[in-house]
Design a binder for this molecule. Sequence first.
Ligand code: FES
Ligand code: FES
Length: 136
Amino acid sequence: MAYSEKVIEHYENPRNVGAFGKEDEDVGTGMVGAPACGDVMRLQIKVSADGIIEDAKFKTYGCGSAIASSSLVTEWVKGKTLAQALEIKNTEIAEELALPPVKIHCSILAEDAIKAAVADYRSKHDSIETEAPICA
Ligand code: FES
Ligand code: FES
């Protein structure tokens, strides 16, 4: 498998590796697995009070393309709103990294991880909203 230069560059210098507190209220965590190969990706976003993703981190147990895809999307989501982050398509990731067809599922993993992280963040905040009347 010949990896593109961009994949190798992200693989050797992954951006934003790490973790935030899973329970933190300003954090959304997406944990997804790829049925095709068993790889696992965890992507987290930290969201400001005005709904902007101010930071992102990932940990990926997987191939070079999966690591590069997650590294790339942690860079892409920063400064975006949740709605904008949901617009990131795996095809854009695959194109940016010049992934070959057999590695497309690695970019799908990254898109799914963002969606899962946003959904997790929103689910935390929905529950806060429904709990709010108790203290009102
Ligand atoms: Fe799973 Fe890439 S095939 S590591
Ligand atoms: Fe499965 Fe890359 S995530 S081969």
